[in-house]
Design a protein around this ligand. Sequence first.
Ligand code: 6PG
Length: 244
Amino acid sequence: MTAVRSFEDLDALSRAAADEVVGIARAAVAARGACAIALSGGSTPTRLFDELARRGRSAAPWDQIDLWWGDERTVGPDHPDSNYGTARAHLIDPLALPPARVHRIAGEHADPAAAARAYEAALTEALGAPPVFDLVLLGMGADGHTASLFPGSPALAERTRAVVANPVVSPLVRGATTRITLTAAALSAARHVRFLAAGADKAPTLAAVLAGPRDRYPAQLIDGPDVVWLVDRAAAANLEDQPS
Ligand code: 6PG
């Protein structure tokens, strides 16, 4: 089931997303004693991370929350493009989260395929096969990619692996590169998926992803029992029936 919730701006969207993270985490810990969250990369979730940090350690059961990543660039943790580095600066360090609960992808590995296999092994050891996250946070690029599942990239066809090294050629990533990404199947196995999309540049693609033919964009591959898009007014501008 896919729902859309629209908010005035990114700040309001991020506050609502923080409420979702806290609510899902508390419910997961109450039900299973732990919560596994896959964080999104990109810039949109940074405001969410800052909001979670602002609320403080006691706002969520952080000692029972394991942080994973939906994808990572093939860079080291201190590189400005590192998705882990962004979360470390805006969430992990400000809340002094326990390192044992932070599971980054080794983007610096000389062999991205080996890094992907190692991450998949860690995930399946922790969460089973296929790994089932309590919450997956995702963004969407203006081309409809999500995580590092880019249009036309080989990972879109992956049906058995949970994590792969995905060669990407896209103007959105400044040419050709390799990304390490969870596959659509792994992302879709989550109990809860929350897409965060903000900005006018996302409006045409968001409308096409949500209301257009279902086989056009990687973001459309992500399904599951509870998929909710949190969008701001600018990104929702092209939606026929304006969400609540
Ligand atoms: C990444 C993300 C990617 C991101 C979108 C949107 O590694 O960059 O996984 O899928 O969510 O590109 O990025 P923005 O939030 O910066 O628009």
